[in-house]
Design a protein around this ligand. Structure first.
Ligand code: NAD
Length: 257
């Protein structure tokens, strides 16, 4: 049970982040929701899943000063962060020579640098309590590449590297740091890519969805947000005490090929 623990899940108004927040809530954790869009609905969903207390902070994580505000809010209102799930992320698809510079910068800033900032700000308090869990949502693209995703793949490989260093630096403490590397999960981020594929190839959205998964997953099936939540719960459990610095793929067999 995660009763008495406070989990900050970035980008938890949608998709994987919301699924992980709900799964941690089911275990009794207090949840701090972050992200854009309909945050009232996300807060209500997390409450319904069983969180004893739910907070919300709308920090734009591409801005270090707003991350600082969010961590200060967690300290003041909840007595700090015990479980930090770095999940917020964005995608953009183009060949490297056509990749818009501002898209490169915003992907590196949100998908990679925001993890550096949340970790460096939350870690001292975890070390003081001698217990903490840092879970970075990387991607199969933290382990292997795909065409047209230079910024995303670079950022996600960076997250895996950051994960290893933080795990080593806290190895003698009760704080662990690990990465989860999902394959395809049907979220708004992926729905956009499916619709673009359908449009480009003149096929239906259903066909595009099927082809997208079949191309990478030997299983032919999407990963579900709640399954990723289950892995996060395991990493938070006592059995996860000596799991340190791993990049654990849950990807329908993608990177086993
Ligand atoms: P999503 O688009 O459904 O959710 C993204 C979340 O991040 C939302 O809550 C959004 O409001 C928030 N967000 C976006 N920009 C933000 C900003 N500047 N500041 C704060 N919050 C911001 O996406 P998702 O598919 O659930 O992806 C979540 C994470 O999982 C991302 O890091 C993504 O790279 C990773 N991932 C997704 C898949 C997949 O197939 N969906 C696979 C591997 C990894």
């Amino acid at each position: 049970s995660l009763k008495g623990k406070v989990a900050l899940v970035t980008g938890s108004t949608s998709g994987i982040g919301l699924g992980i927040a709900e799964t941690l809530a089911k275990e009794g954790a207090t949840i701090i929701v972050n992200g854009f869009g309909d945050h009232d609905a996300a807060v209500a969903a997390v409450k319904k899943a069983g969180a004893p207390k739910v907070g919300y902070h709308g920090a734009d994580l591409s801005k270090p000063s707003e991350i600082e505000d969010m961590i200060a809010y967690a300290d003041k209102e909840f007595g700090g962060v015990d479980i930090l799930v770095n999940n917020a992320g964005i995608q953009y698809v183009a060949n490297v020579e056509d990749f818009p510079i501002e898209r490169w910068d915003s992907i590196i800033s949100l998908n990679l640098s925001s993890c550096f900032h949340t970790i460096r700000m939350a870690l001292p308090d975890m070390k003081k309590k001698n217990w903490g869990r840092i879970i970075n949502i990387a991607s199969a693209h933290g382990l292997v590449g795909s065409v047209q995703k230079s910024a995303y793949v670079a950022a996600k490989h960076g997250v895996v590297g950051l994960t290893k260093v933080v795990a080593l630096e806290s190895a003698r403490t009760g704080v662990t740091c690990n990465a989860i590397c999902p394959g395809w999960v049907l979220t708004p981020l992926v729905q956009k890519q499916i619709e673009a594929k359908a449009q480009a190839q003149g096929i239906t959205v259903e066909e595009a969805s099927h082809d997208l998964v079949a191309e990478k997953h030997p299983s032919g099936a999407f990963v579900r947000p709640e399954d990723l939540g289950g892995l996060a719960v395991f990493l938070c459990s006592p059995a996860g005490d000596q799991v340190r610095g791993v990049a654990w793929n849950m990807d329908g067999g993608w990177v086993a090929q």
